[in-house]
Design a protein around this ligand. Structure first.
Ligand SMILES: O=C(O)CCC(=O)C(=O)O
Length: 285
């Protein structure tokens, strides 16, 4: 997929999301899934400082070269460039995985609520399917046009089934009819704005539901709620230096990347848990 057609860009800005975008072919997506699953098998019982799930779920780009290989792929960056412009940072990469026939959900929320950047346009999330994302497997649902809202009040549910840090849920009822299910086959991605209301239901299918989720941002956004934040330069240049620039890891879970992971974790925990109703139980769960 080359850079986005202007009509597609206009749709992104009107709807707060764009989907589906064909980025890599299904076989290649399946090969990425195989790489992820062999990494899981190798590292599950490796006595890492945190559970393996923690590293997959938050800031995987700091310790897993595979995450950066995906996030820095020009086929993902090209469409993102149409939205963000030529200078693109990666703030975070996460693997959102729902095991087959499990009840894990993501409550309806706006991403920017707790990230400390404010209500900005300069951050876009790419959600790349590494397995089929369908209503049965718990694909995301987006609320069209909801990014035109400010950051709305959220409540912390701390629901153990919730994959979000605080189980944060938007304090407004979203009618089922207002949700657009985002079906993706392996190798397709969606893009969504940081204010778009979204969530996802349980995986009732027999396969894992795996999304590689990359948070791309422009260098001119800045962390306002914490002392510092970190990012990788994926394309172009960072002339603003609002983020501490980090390099992609060269091997999985190296001692230096594990140290960096905890440094970033400490800095971001202060921001993410601002005003939380409980301790950071699930911040990196
Ligand atoms: O993978 C999911 O179901 C939700 C992911 C999500 O909330 C996000 O990418 O912002």
């Amino acid at each position: 997929m080359p850079h986005l057609h202007p009509d597609d860009c206009a749709r992104y800005w009107d709807d707060g999301f764009l989907t589906p975008i064909d980025v890599i072919d299904p076989d290649e997506a399946t090969a990425l899934r195989t790489d992820l699953e062999s990494l899981e098998a190798t590292w599950l019982n490796a006595d890492l400082p945190h559970p393996l799930n923690t590293y997959k779920r938050v800031n995987a780009h700091l310790v897993m070269p595979l995450a950066c290989r995906i996030g820095c792929d020009p086929r993902l960056l090209d469409p993102v460039e149409s939205i963000l412009g030529p200078d693109i940072l990666i703030w975070s990469i996460e693997f959102f995985i729902k095991e087959p026939r499990t009840e894990a959900i993501v409550s309806m929320h706006q991403d920017l609520t707790y990230w400390g950047f404010g209500a900005i346009d300069g951050l876009v999330t790419a959600w790349l399917a590494l397995s089929p994302a369908t209503p049965a497997s718990g694909c995301m649902d987006f609320v069209r046009g909801s990014h035109k809202n400010p950051i709305l009040p959220h409540d912390d549910t701390h629901d153990a089934r919730n994959l979000l840090s605080r189980g944060q849920e938007i304090r407004v009822d979203i009618a089922e009819t207002d949700k657009t299910p985002i079906e993706l086959r392996p190798g397709q991605m969606s893009l969504h704005h940081g204010l778009t209301i979204h969530g996802s239901g349980p995986n009732h299918s027999d396969d894992r539901r795996i999304g590689a989720v990359i948070r791309y941002c422009r260098p001119d956004i800045a962390q306002k709620a914490g002392a510092r934040d970190y990012a990788i330069i994926a394309r172009g240049a960072d002339r603003d230096a609002h983020f501490i620039s980090v390099a992609p890891p060269t091997e999985p879970f190296s001692p230096s990347s594990l140290r960096l992971y905890d440094e970033v974790r400490r800095a971001q925990a202060q921001v993410l848990m601002n005003g939380a109703s409980q301790d950071a139980r699930g911040l990196y769960a």
